[in-house]
Write a protein that binds this ligand. Structure first.
Ligand code: SAH
Ligand code: DHB
Ligand code: MG
Length: 234
């Protein structure tokens, strides 16, 4: 791996260039970030450009039902939910009570309270109940899942996502290159190790078509995994 530092100021300038043209934040999004910062939340939300990409992906798959794992302050949820049709719904899972409260306020200010439900709890505790609701028909299968919570159980999150989605659905996972740290076979960081396990496992998974899109911008250098669930389950 090269030890050349990524030129962050160039990445930032290019990110701003894209943002100004395609991903400018309105008052609601700016305020959502300000409220999250004021409430002391970590600034690990997606960028505006990444948010717009998620929004675009949701439009491309015609998403009516979206599941997000990892809400934080609701910033990515707002970008995603804005791609929903009027009768569309979104469920977002968050185990931190404080984060969930900030997210609900931001989502309400965005006028999306009717469409977006923040479920509080550890995702691996909530997902079986959601799967039950899908199995019994109370919850329509999801058209899109965005995985962005803690990294060690990414494989398990994805396996649940496979059970919760319709054929042709989109499953997207954030942070799958980690500034290139995934190249380090000796990585001791459990987050990096979790992503390495995820990337290696997903490459062998037969029920999807997937790749990793490298993304570089104001949040540094990372990857977004985009997977499409096959029409026929294998
Ligand atoms: N998607 C958000 C960022 C999410 S940051 C955005 O772009 O705006 C990751 C979030 O996942 C944090 O809020 C963290 O509290 C939450 N989280 C971490 N582990 C979790 C778990 N096991 N279950 C549910 N949420 C979890
Ligand atoms: C971290 C988590 C994220 O989901 C992200 O996009 C960036 C950073 C983190 O835990 O450090
Ligand atoms: Mg992330």
């Amino acid at each position: 791996m090269s030890n050349e530092p990524v030129n962050l100021s160039l990445l930032e300038a290019v990110d701003t260039y894209i943002e100004q043209r395609y991903a400018s934040e309105d008052e609601v999004l700016t305020q959502a970030l300000a409220a999250a910062q004021a409430a002391g939340l970590p600034e690990i939300n997606v960028s505006a450009v990444q948010g717009k990409l998620l929004h675009l992906l949701a439009l491309l798959v015609g998403a009516r039902h979206i599941l997000e794992i990892g809400t934080l302050g609701g910033y990515s949820a707002i970008w995603l939910a804005r791609a929903l049709p009027a009768d569309g719904r979104m469920l977002s899972l968050e185990y931190n009570t404080h984060h969930a409260a900030v997210a609900r306020e931001n989502i309400a200010r965005a006028g999306l309270a009717e469409q977006v439900d923040v479920h509080e709890g550890a995702a691996l505790d909530l997902l079986p109940t959601i799967a039950e609701a899908v199995a019994t028909g109370q919850q329509p299968p999801f058209d899109m899942v965005f995985i962005d919570a803690d990294k060690p159980p990414y494989v398990e999150y994805f396996q649940w996502a496979l059970r919760l989605t319709r054929p042709g659905a989109l499953i997207v996972a954030d942070n799958t290159l980690r500034q290139g740290r995934i190249l380090d076979a000796q990585a001791s960081d459990p987050g990096v190790a979790g992503i390495q396990r995820f990337n290696d496992w997903l490459a062998t998974e037969a029920s999807i078509t997937a790749s990793i899109v490298p993304l570089a911008g104001r949040k540094g250098f990372d990857g977004l995994t985009i997977a499409r669930v096959h029409n026929e389950r294998t």
